[in-house]
Design a protein. Structure first.
Length: 139
């Protein structure tokens, strides 16, 4: 049918479904596995994430979309922005595609830092990063 896996045409962050469509139910199929093996795999994924992402920090998650053929964090790092600060906002030392609130960051700090990152990446590599996080309340 139109809403099976093939009909949905899933790609990275996209599908064939209109953004205005709201699903009110779904059926999923999965494979049965040994609970201990599943738990071990979940722990493995969590441990890896803790070593490469600042999950214990105050952050909005991944800040910029990965442009086609690039990793946003590599572009940010190459532009010299790792650890850069504006007020209470900082580009994460652990993973450059995360902006963290070091304690007292304002929305303006985050916005200013993010736009500074975008400008520096554009100057350094010619790539224009797109925000992944949705920002509201700023004019």
């Amino acid at each position: 049918g139109p809403f099976d896996n093939a009909g949905m045409k899933f790609t990275y962050r996209n599908s064939a479904i209109y953004p205005s469509v709201i699903f009110t139910g779904a059926t999923f199929r999965g494979r049965i596995g040994e609970p201990e093996a599943i738990r071990a795999r979940m722990n493995e994924v969590q441990t890896h994430r803790e070593t490469v992402q600042p999950i214990r920090e105050k952050t909005g998650g991944s800040t910029f979309k990965n442009p086609p053929g690039h990793s946003a964090w590599k572009l940010i790092d190459a532009a010299g922005m790792r650890g850069h600060r504006v007020g209470g906002a900082q580009v994460s030392e652990m993973h450059c595609n995360f902006l963290i609130n070091t304690g007292e960051a304002t929305a303006r700090d985050i916005e200013t830092l993010g736009e500074t990152v975008r400008e520096r990446v554009k100057q350094h590599s010619g790539v224009e990063l797109q925000w992944e996080i949705k920002r509201i309340g700023l004019e």
